[in-house]
Each structure stands twice: as structure tokens, then as C-alpha cells.
Design a protein around this ligand. Structure first.
Ligand code: PHE
Length: 423
């Protein structure tokens, strides 16, 4: 936009040299597949919410958890990263990985972005569901918009220790021992499974036990009581210690969720200094694909009744399996081009920019893109790239003429946007 602004849902946002969100991506805002009646993502969301409603009740029998599933996906860099203690140089902040509206605002890259705000509102047991946005490659399991569900549970000394009120959540002299608070300058990406300095071992162990119990219960609810699972140590900037839960599914270990004991700095800054908490987050598509046997992530965006009518939220306990009506043929075309002189393949050309351009021009008929060749001509000094683009429509057969036309439009857009020379 020449005026340097973007209009999104009637609101005006300034653009700057950091802006990389495309009109195509903005068109997903408000789609809300995770609350669409009878949509598989919505069915799965309800299953998980109901599990938490049943797992935690107050003395009057009411659910402890509240659900937020319509929060705006436009968040600040503080919400998405800083408040969650991402180091200032953390890779996931990169412009090549996120959709930025400008230097200060972006489309959330995870639903964890709302965590600190909701705690600051005084909430202590909540679930957040919504779509998230990440720049990535194009294949059957990646899509630039997908859905996550996050949860936070905070406990006090009273609720954590019950009758054993002689126990403590915090070490007596931890303020002296730890030099906490500010966001670290550089990432210590190393795995650190030790407890945080401020916590007592008994508080962490109890918290870990409750969290793992509830999450294995969730996995059993979804995959059946016979499931095999394992806990894998991992790192998140906002939890310590952190784990991933993996489930054995059809012979493969499938990563189901990430979780951990919340970093106390986050709670402190949100006014919850007396609490200890756990948090977890999971991707709805990844789970829905295995639970409903859905083979391609693009199907979640299909409006085809042949797809949508196969799922019903009437009986949430019985998840139906997807039956492909038929699989339409693929069509493969290669695209090779010379980069402008002086532009290097590794430093000057971001493949994610190319993928976004393809999405803008061709949309969902592109099933997969792979970089199949790259080389530098010694004599001319120019670099060449070759991408293989697989086309397939989800609901009908594409003709060769149609594919050729789309392919030509992609090539033209590349010439215009990247000043490349088609080979
Ligand atoms: N936000 C993490 C992700 O996107 C998931 C997570 C949430 C992990 C909360 C731990 C706690 O992968």
C-alpha cells in the first residue's frame, strides 16, 4: 500500500520495512475453523475442552477451566515473544518465520501469546484455542495457518499441598541466589531439566506429577486406554523444566504436545507471584490428521460437502474416519530461474518468500514444492534454482492446460517480484 498502512477488519495498521504479511494470509483471519459446527478441528477442540471440564471441578461441581477461543490473532512482539522470555536473538522471531504486520505487531505464531495477559487478568485455570500463523514449506503436513490449543493451571500453596501446609512452593533465599527478570540477551538454547532456582523440589515434583497425570489422561481419552507413550525432555523459553509427550501410533512416535513448569518471571510480572503453574500447548491439525485419518492438511480448509459431511459433533466420543471419495491425479511441473547477478542462493533469496508468492498466485492447488537443484555458473557468476511444484486439486481433476496457466502465472510473478530470469 502506497500510504504504508494495512486495513484489517476495519482497523488501520501502519506498515514498515518489517511487513511481510500477504493479502492471501490476511484472508484467513476470522475463518475460525476451530469453532465451525461439525468441523473436525472443532470436534477435537470440544473433546479436549470437555476432558478438562471433567478433570477439574470445584466443590459445587462446576468446571474450573474457562475457555478463550475467539481472541484476535493480531498480537504484539511483547505478547508473542518478550512476555514469554524468548531471548532477543531467538530464531523463531525471524522475519523469515513469522507474518509481521510491522516491527511491533504480528499474527501470533502460537496461542501461548495470550498467556501472560490472561494471568494478569486474574485467571488461574484457562484454555486458549485459535489459529496461528507461521511461514514454512509446502507439503501435506504444513500450512501457513493452523490451530493450537494452550492451557495454564496455577496453584497456590493451599491448593498444591492440601493438608501438608508445612511445605513451601518457594525457597527461602531464592531472591538472593537468582539474578532473574530481564529477557536474556542471547539464547541459552541448551536443554535444562533442572528446577528453577526459586522453586522447592517438592513443589516442582508435585506439579510435574499432576501435569503428567492429566496429560496422559488426555492422550488416553483421545487414543484409547491402551496407548504407549513416553516423555521427552525439551526446551521452551517459557517453561522449565519442559517436556514433549509422544504417543506410539501405527509404529511411529508421534509428538502430541509440549508442556512444562511455567517460568516464575512470567507469573511475577503478571501479578501471580504466589503461584506455581504448569502450561501445555498442542497443534490441533496434527492430532486431527491421525485421529480422523485425514491425509492432507489442506482438507481442513475445504468447503466441499463431500468432506465436511463426514464429520459430526453429535457424538463427540465417536470420531469417524475420513473416507477419501477419490484421489485426483497429481500434475508436476518444474520451474528454474537465474537469480539476479550478485544475489546468492543462501543469503539473498529466502525460499519462504517464494512459497508465499506461490500461495498468493496459486492457492491450495499446490500440494508440495521441493527445491530440487541449485548451482552457480562459474563463468557468469549467476546462481540458478529449480523448484518442483506438485499440483493437485482436492475436489476435482486439474487439466494440463489449467496447470500450465497457473505455472506460467507463478513464473511471471517471480520475474516481477524477484527480478529473476526464467530458464
Ligand atoms: N507454544 C509451544 C509451541 O508452539 C507449545 C507450548 C505451550 C509448550 C505451552 C509449553 C507450554 O510449540
Amino acid at each position: 500500500d502506497p500510504k504504508g498502512v494495512l486495513q484489517i477488519n476495519g482497523q488501520t495498521y501502519p506498515t514498515d520495512d518489517w511487513t511481510n504479511v500477504t493479502p492471501k494470509i490476511l484472508s484467513y483471519l476470522g475463518a475460525n475453523k476451530h469453532v465451525q459446527r461439525n468441523h473436525p478441528l472443532s470436534i477435537l477442540r470440544q473433546r479436549i475442552v470437555n476432558y478438562f471440564y471433567a478433570a477439574y471441578r470445584n466443590s459445587r461441581g462446576n468446571p474450573l477451566f474457562s475457555v478463550y477461543d475467539q481472541l484476535s490473532p493480531i498480537v504484539t512482539v511483547e505478547q508473542n515473544f518478550d512476555n514469554l522470555l524468548f531471548p532477543t536473538d531467538h530464531v523463531s522471531r525471524a522475519r523469515s518465520d513469522c507474518y509481521y504486520i510491522n516491527r511491533h505487531q504480528l499474527l501470533r505464531a502460537h496461542t501461548t501469546a495470550h498467556q501472560a495477559d490472561l494471568i494478569a487478568c486474574g485467571l488461574d485455570n484457562f484454555l486458549v484455542a485459535g489459529e496461528v500463523y507461521r511461514r514454512d514449506e509446502i507439503d501435506s503436513t504444513h500450512y501457513p495457518v493452523f490451530h493450537q490449543l494452550d492451557a495454564v493451571r496455577l496453584l497456590t500453596k493451599e491448593t498444591l499441598f492440601g493438608r501438608n501446609q508445612d511445605l513451601e512452593i518457594f525457597e527461602n533465599d531464592w531472591q538472593l541466589k537468582s539474578k532473574t527478570s530481564a529477557i536474556p540477551e542471547t539464547s541459552s538454547k541448551c536443554l535444562d531439566q533442572t528446577k528453577q532456582v526459586c522453586h522447592t523440589l517438592e513443589a516442582v515434583k508435585l506439579m510435574e506429577h499432576e501435569m503428567k497425570d492429566v496429560l496422559v489422561g488426555l492422550a488416553r481419552d483421545l487414543f484409547g486406554t491402551q496407548l504407549e507413550y513416553r516423555w521427552v525432555d525439551t526446551y521452551f523459553p517459557f517453561t522449565q523444566p519442559s517436556w514433549e509427550l509422544e504417543v506410539l501410533f501405527k509404529g511411529n512416535w508421534l509428538e502430541v504436545l509440549g508442556c512444562g513448569i511455567m517460568r516464575h518471571e512470567i507469573l511475577q510480572r503478571s501479578g501471580a507471584h504466589n503461584n506455581i503453574g504448569y502450561a501445555f500447548g498442542l497443534g490441533l491439525e496434527r492430532l486431527a490428521m491421525v485421529l480422523f485419518d485425514i491425509p492432507d492438511i489442506r482438507l481442513f480448509w475445504s468447503n466441499d460437502s463431500g468432506f465436511l459431511n463426514q464429520f459430526s459433533e453429535e457424538n463427540l466420543q465417536k470420531l469417524s474416519k475420513y473416507k477419501p471419495i477419490s484421489v485426483y491425479p497429481q500434475c508436476t511441473n518444474d520451474l528454474s530461474f537465474w537469480l539476479p547477478l550478485g544475489v546468492e542462493v543462501d543469503t539473498g533469496f529466502a525460499c519462504n518468500d517464494f512459497y508465499d508468492l506461490v500461495r498468493t498466485v496459486a492457492g491450495d492447488v499446490v500440494e508440495q514444492i521441493s527445491l530440487i537443484d541449485r548451482f552457480k555458473n562459474r563463468k557468469t557468476g549467476k546462481s540458478s534454482l529449480c523448484f518442483r511444484i506438485v499440483y493437485r486439486h482436492m475436489e476435482r481433476t486439474l487439466t494440463q492446460a489449467e496447470v500450465n496457466d497457473i505455472h506460467k502465472r507463478i513464473a511471471d510473478a517471480c520475474v516481477e517480484n524477484f527480478r529473476v530470469e526464467i530458464r
